[in-house]
Design a protein around this ligand. Structure first.
Ligand SMILES: [Zn+2]
Ligand SMILES: [Zn+2]
Length: 281
């Protein structure tokens, strides 16, 4: 009744006051978010996203983004209809055509590449070298023991093709629905030596992703704070699988503000040219 009358409900006002210290100022978050110029982790219906590439790009344009990297899954992730080398080649042609139409918006080529058990990446070297943005993520054997997971991640982070380390702990905070009525249960963080992995990210110029999906919010705040302390760069991404999800960057910005991330260290606050110079390096 209070909300309907246009008032802030007493109960909510009390909660906000009690927890004011824990909640970053919305203005700060909005200001941070305004510095983002694009998104480096998105999916289309070529892999497990729900929408055509064009619809994703148009939604990004609607949000005011200057660029968006299309990062559909790699071949090994068959459950997500990962792209073979041949399909990725074809996608590059489609992206090139769309770029002609959508200028000055830039649709960047990319991949969310599986990290194999031995730390190698799940796509040919030649193709990885041609893509604008490579997000490397662990999607299998998430319960491996810490030493093995650390080695695996260190190898991927050191790979010269890798630009961004995707959702580093793999945690799922809430269950999620999948196709054909399958339901994925929540899962804890993978175990790995975060200090070693984040230090390697600094050494090799790999950005740590701040994944904005509400069921991921990865890395957890304590690891994000550690990455900040070690001097990492970041990419605040949505990992959107539908156009509306491109609007989730506020989640990541909230966590960036909370842990004192400097916007200059967030690679998707850079212009497309600066970004591409960095990913090519
Ligand atoms: Zn992923
Ligand atoms: Zn993804």
């Amino acid at each position: 009744m209070q909300a309907h009358a246009g008032e802030v409900p007493e109960y909510l006002a009390r909660l906000e006051e009690t927890h004011a210290e824990l909640v970053p100022l919305a203005d700060d978050v909005a200001e941070f978010r305004a510095t983002l110029r694009g998104d480096l982790h998105t999916h289309s219906d070529w892999s497990d996203g729900g929408s055509p590439i064009r619809e994703m790009a148009e939604a990004a344009i609607g949000l005011g983004h200057e660029y968006m990297a299309l990062t559909d899954h790699s071949p090994r992730l068959t459950v997500a209809n990962g792209l073979t080398a041949e399909r990725l080649e074809r996608q590059l042609d489609v992206v090139a055509e769309l770029n002609e139409e959508l200028r000055p918006f830039r649709l960047l080529t990319g991949i969310e590449c599986d990290i194999h058990l031995d730390g190698t990446l799940d796509q040919t070297d030649e193709l990885l070298g041609r893509l604008d943005v490579v997000v490397a993520s662990v999607h299998s054997d998430l319960r491996a023991e810490s030493a093995a997971m650390t080695e695996r991640m260190l190898a991927a982070v050191a790979n010269p093709h890798t630009d961004v380390l995707g959702h580093c702990t793999g945690r799922l905070l809430v269950p999620r629905e999948q196709r054909e009525g399958r339901r994925q249960r929540p899962r804890p963080e993978s175990a790995f030596d975060a200090e070693a992995v984040f230090s390697a990210c600094v050494e090799h110029g790999t950005a740590v992703e701040i994944n904005s999906r509400p069921e991921r919010l990865d890395p957890p705040l304590r690891l994000l704070a550690l990455a900040v302390e070690l001097g990492c760069s970041f990419a605040i991404d949505t990992d959107a699988h539908a156009p509306g999800q491109l609007d989730w960057q506020g989640n990541g910005c909230e966590r960036a503000v909370e842990t004192g991330v400097d916007p200059d260290r967030v690679v998707n606050t850079w212009s497309a040219d600066e970004l591409l110079e960095w990913t090519a390096g």
